[in-house]
Design a binder for this molecule. Structure first.
Ligand code: TMP
Ligand code: ASP
Length: 245
């Protein structure tokens, strides 16, 4: 793709700030610096708190996972590591879809369907939400995605197949760290330099996955914050050190 590995930081301008990350330009128009913040939010930003090292843990975990996925042939926005809390990523236009894959009932599935948390599915479930905080990220299907201009039918089918491949790869990877992948959310983007190319973008971390310890069933993800269970950063620290082994 011919991207420069270490663009000059002097030219960096902030261009976007989300709940957990900030984006800055670099002197390569197709590359951005993504900074992971220490803030945690839940329930569409209603619950919010800063946690020391959170950005560092999520950046490091995302980097390990993205490199692993790239090695399995998944196309991602990752360009390079920068430092403790920053990655260089390809500039993309994020598709307004949250793609959720579920292996085991939990969270909004259990609430919506009245199915006990922990019930394993026969096959993974893939679902889409329309990414719009003001609407509360509503649950949608492929037809909604097409009519909202989020993704064509072919693109939805492609995204679904990539999401299922990522699920199989991640399930196996987390098992080597004695973690059970319950569910996760991913996002995709169109490359700025070629919008016909769709790549995995955003983070994959305990903020965006549910991970339960295989042996004890202990929650090792953002549910510790959502549900006020305590030991939030200790769990992220533990996930990172298990993945580094
Ligand atoms: P849910 O059960 O609340 O719908 O969440 C499913 C998965 O998606 C879970 O692993 C947490 C993740 N998720 C996010 O990453 N961001 C969000 O805004 C929400 C609601 C869930
Ligand atoms: N990410 C969402 C928020 O910040 C919700 C969640 O992850 O529970 O509010």
């Amino acid at each position: 793709m011919g991207v420069k590995k270490h663009p000059t930081y002097k030219t960096m301008e902030p261009i976007y700030e989300g709940k957990a990350k900030r984006l800055f330009t670099t002197d390569d128009p197709n590359v951005l610096r993504m900074e992971y913040k220490d803030s945690a939010t839940a329930f569409n930003g209603v619950k919010k708190e800063d946690f020391e090292n959170k950005g560092r843990f999520n950046k490091a975990i995302t980097l390990i996972i993205y490199r692993m996925l790239e090695s399995k042939g998944v196309k991602t926005h990752l360009v390079d590591d920068v430092d403790d809390i920053n990655l260089l990523v390809k500039k993309v236009s994020i598709m307004p879809l949250e793609v959720i894959v579920r292996n085991v009932a939990a969270g909004s599935f259990s609430k919506r369907m009245g199915v006990t948390e922990g019930t394993a599915f026969k096959k993974p479930i893939v679902e889409f939400s329309y990414k719009d905080d003001s609407l509360g990220d509503p649950f949608i299907n492929d037809d909604y995605a097409r009519e909202m201009g989020a993704a064509s039918e072919e693109e939805c089918a492609y995204i679904k197949s990539v999401a299922l491949l990522i699920n199989e790869t991640l399930k196996e990877f987390f098992l080597t760290a004695n973690l059970r992948l319950i569910d996760f959310k991913i996002e995709f983007g169109r490359l700025a330099e070629d919008p016909s190319v769709i790549v995995l973008a955003d983070e994959i971390s305990p903020d965006t996955c549910r991970l339960w310890d295989v042996t004890t069933g202990k929650k090792m993800d953002k549910d510790r914050f959502r549900q006020g269970l305590g030991g939030f950063m200790e769990a992220y620290d533990e996930v990172l050190s298990r993945l580094q082994k």
